[in-house]
Design a protein around this ligand. Sequence first.
Ligand code: NAP
Length: 288
Amino acid sequence: MKKLLFQLDTDTIANAFDTIAAYDGGADHVIRVPGMTPANVASIVEGTIFTRPPSSKKFTALFVTGSNIGDGQALFDAVKKHFFGKFRVSMMLDSNGANTTSAAAVACVEKHCRPAGKRAVILAGTGPVGQRAAVLLAKLGASVLVTSRQQARAAAVCAAMAQRFGVTLEAAGVADAASIAACLDGAHIVLATGAAGVQLLSEAQWAEHPTLELIMDANATPPLGIGGIEMTDRGSERHGKVCYGALGFGGLKLEVHRACVARLFETNDLLLDAPDIFEIARNAARAR
Ligand SMILES: NC(=O)c1ccc[n+]([C@@H]2O[C@H](COP(=O)([O-])OP(=O)(O)OC[C@H]3O[C@@H](n4cnc5c(N)ncnc54)[C@H](OP(=O)(O)O)[C@@H]3O)[C@@H](O)[C@H]2O)c1
């Protein structure tokens, strides 16, 4: 029986990265469906849950992709409402790589320190990756501050994550180096999740910082999000702090992405969102 993965993308052009990762994760055929919304997804879901017999339903799965995590979440939730009884297939949410990237990042953090009781700052944490990383660190017991150029955007993200995942996050607006420095006061972990090619923190801002222990940057497009580190840093020590660049945890992200796709075909009732994908990342990180 062929392993069929329906890539339900919320954008008008389905993401190629996710298609490739899906094949690499073991799908025999990836059916790319762009333009998916809660309003038009019903017929595809019904096709996937009714066609194959119970013993073979696990060979059909769904993968929600696209650039907007809010749209992805809404689609993921809408699809779930069409499932009932044994009429369901496994599904994964990874809009903009948010879950696999944040899971890999936080699994790397865990290799160096226990987040419980630590203060973590997610710089420009309003994007898909930052939101999910904030959730994962908070679930591990860190107190987490999410920054944005607009306080209201950070507050909206914190409220949305509280509603979806039951976590408490703090929000801060940052306008300049001084306000970023104030956010880092007492911080142990800083994770930059800003847009590609935007520097958020200079080397001078973190090199002599008295409490920071771990510096991590998700941006692989120069200039990097954090100055003074290399995108290939993978637990490198700089100025007495553990440093990770985007490529330093990017390999784990890809491994996790492929592992998640493989898991979809093991049963027909798996629903992979941030916490579940983090468990897969954690196991992959420990096995390295
Ligand atoms: N390593 C990997 O495997 C991997 C995988 C996927 C993505 N990534 C990278 O991870 C990072 C985060 O991805 P994402 O999709 O979550 O990011 P994103 O949505 O593109 O951007 C995140 C936030 O950056 C802020 N921002 C945008 N332009 C800015 C500017 N000029 N100055 C300061 N802040 C700015 C915005 O926050 P406010 O408007 O709220 O300030 C935005 O919400 C990106 O650099 C991406 O390339 C890495």
